[in-house]
Design a protein around this ligand. Structure first.
Ligand SMILES: [Mn+2]
Length: 320
């Protein structure tokens, strides 16, 4: 071997994926939201009291953080297809840690989440949320009431429009119904819904009566992504909520309710890239990642990689 060891002063810190405290994407940590000064603030909501069967999404934020270490690229990453650098040093992204959870107390968990997201928005950062089960989208969107009007882009294999199940109105099958009831939530486009038993017919009827545009993976492939996004008013504000089970179970087996027949990684990536160009994304969440069911870690990898790509698209739109 004839390589020459660099002198210490010539070296820089490599920060390999297994080295250091696992913050999301190895971005700086800022758990005191009063001190927050960033373009994007990552926040975990490790809540899984609203799931009917497979709990474990409380470990979602931790799992996504661990897998995200693999894709941390320091001061920007070059993409040869777009011939552009994403997430360069001018992009300020921080990991704000997790919302505190109170065991067995849905209302307190929701309140803690809402307060944290409200603070992030007040500080001028875009909230990027890691669930938790899909019920966490309810307090997150509640915290966006400083906006006059927002539209929802929802990616999921399930409709999530159940009004109540035996009186439970805040289950992980109800978030889209609950956010539709907020006065500043306007249009809704739901992509990826599929499969027999995804939801009851009455829930589909209610979603359609609200005006939500429902698009299955097969319908998406026929109409194309541009047409699917044409149902979101151009140039307006979007909140994007992504249930990891909207992706096919082959890349997301570690989910509360995995579902074969879902969207591909590239489809979800392109949907969000185009949504970022079409309007202003004011926040997004990734929910339902349940690491205990996935020893390979691919579910967390899929979520981490998509979250990082979306940060690149959101900030590119802002000229960064
Ligand atoms: Mn869902």
């Amino acid at each position: 071997m004839d390589y020459k060891r660099q002198e210490p002063y010539e070296r820089y810190q490599l920060g390999l994926p297994f080295v250091g405290i696992p913050s999301f994407g190895k971005f700086p940590i800022c758990t005191d939201l009063e001190q927050l000064d960033a373009h994007i603030a990552v926040l975990g909501i490790p809540y899984d009291l609203s799931i009917q069967y497979r709990t474990g999404t409380r470990l979602g934020p931790r799992g996504i953080r661990t897998e995200s270490m693999l894709y941390a690229f320091g001061s920007g990453g070059y993409d040869f297809e777009r011939d552009d650098v994403f997430l360069g040093p001018q992009c300020k992204i921080v990991d704000c840690g997790d919302v505190d959870m109170i065991h067995g107390d849905l209302e307190q968990c929701f309140e803690n989440a809402e307060i944290a997201v409200r603070k992030i928005v007040e500080k001028g950062a875009i909230p990027v949320i890691m669930g938790g089960d899909h019920a966490v989208t309810i307090p997150v969107v509640r915290a966006l009431d400083c906006y006059d009007k927002i539209h929802i882009l929802h990616i999921d294999s399930h409709l999530d429009w159940a009004d109540a199940r035996s009186g439970q109105r805040y289950g992980n099958g109800s978030p889209m119904r609950r956010v539709s009831e907020l006065p500043y939530v306007d249009k809704m486009v739901q992509i990826g819904i599929h499969g027999i038993g995804s939801s009851r017919k009455c829930d589909f009827d209610d979603a359609k009566a609200y005006g939500s545009k429902l698009i299955s993976p097969r319908q998406l492939r026929k109409m194309g992504i541009d047409e699917a996004l044409s149902y979101l008013p151009e140039g307006e504000k979007y909140y994007i909520t992504i249930d990891i089970d909207g992706l096919d179970a082959s890349v997301a087996p570690g989910a509360g309710t995995p579902n074969p027949g879902g969207l591909t990684f590239d489809e979800v990536d392109e949907i969000v890239e185009k949504a970022c160009k079409r309007g202003e994304v004011i926040g997004y969440d990734f929910v339902e990642v349940a690491p205990p069911y996935d020893p390979t870690g691919v579910t967390g990898m899929t979520a981490a990689k998509l979250m990082l790509n979306f940060m690149g698209y959101v900030l590119k739109k802002k000229g960064m």
